[in-house]
Write a protein that binds this ligand. Structure first.
Ligand SMILES: Nc1ncnc2c1ncn2[C@@H]1O[C@H](COP(=O)(O)OP(=O)(O)OP(=O)(O)O)[C@@H](O)[C@H]1O
Length: 251
């Protein structure tokens, strides 16, 4: 279980994340939504221990991300925004490097790398330098390093950003398959992604939670005047606009 306990993050006088408090359980795929600047990436950086909160704590399976950072971080796979990596390295050498950092050696290292290359379909570019890859393939390298150690918790910041429709479809299938025995938090702007892969969605606005429910529950709350299409993502978009445009009271 992930416990996010009253986290707040200030940048000087600006509050980017404002007292967020929620838990995520095994088997849940949580879509983390919000308009630009709502505080999604900041929250993900705090959950993964890359950024300290100004106040509050995050506990991953009983381990505090600040006080027991090593144990907590070993349970997490993180795809940051933009998926930074080492552009000079080939895909294989980068993934071998990550595998070593994760403590794998020799045959075990090679088999982990082989496994993720297959999972994320990187075989055709395995020996290519990362800087020469298309945006979609770079994103897949980021996904590969996030899942390499088969982490219990996956935090994915806009995982399908820059992918073509086929790749998007493939990555969503992958997330669905991986999610069975994991906790997944996916930040996205793409609402059809939420309907496609998430069991729950949280919408934040100005650093605060304004909605929390299953995609179907949120879709059902869409006001008729906002609905452009009655298909599921259209309803979710209508609800998203309704709740983030009007400055609705945080729940
Ligand atoms: N290091 C920083 N210093 C000052 N302000 C920051 C810093 N990092 C983030 N912010 C501000 O905090 C707010 C939340 O940013 P964040 O990147 O978390 O939003 P987001 O929801 O991920 O947005 P997007 O959807 O555009 O990626 C923004 O107003 C941003 O400018």
């Amino acid at each position: 279980m992930i416990e996010i306990k009253n986290i707040t993050r200030k940048f000087e006088h600006f509050t980017a994340v404002d007292n967020l408090d929620f838990t995520v359980s095994e088997g849940e795929v949580l879509g983390f939504l919000g308009p630009n600047g709502a505080g999604k990436s900041t929250t993900m950086k705090i959950i993964t221990g890359f950024l300290a909160p100004s106040s509050g704590t995050v506990v991953i399976d009983g381990h505090d991300i600040t006080n027991e950072a090593l144990q907590a971080k070993s349970l997490i796979g993180y795809l940051p925004e933009g998926a930074p990596s080492y552009p000079d390295m080939t895909v294989v050498s980068f993934l071998e490097f990550i595998a070593e950092i994760r403590g794998y050696r020799d045959q075990e290292r090679d088999s982990r790398v082989e496994y993720v290359i297959k999972q994320v379909e990187l075989g055709s570019v395995a020996e290519q330098r990362i800087e020469t890859l298309s945006k979609g393939f770079k994103r897949r390298v980021g996904l590969a390093q996030a899942i390499l150690h088969d982490p219990k918790v996956l935090i994915l910041d806009e995982p399908t950003d820059g992918l073509d429709p086929n790749q998007k479809h493939h990555v969503r299938d992958l997330i669905r398959n991986l999610a069975k025995d994991k906790i997944v938090i996916v930040s996205t702007h793409i609402l059809e992604e939420v309907s496609a892969v998430c069991t729950r969605a949280i919408i934040i606005s100005e650093g605060r939670i304004v909605a929390d429910g299953t995609p179907a529950e949120l879709e059902a709350q869409a006001p008729e005047e906002h609905i452009v299409t009655s298909a599921a993502p259209g309803r979710l978009e209508a609800f998203f606009r309704h709740i983030t445009e009007k400055g609705v009271q945080a729940v």
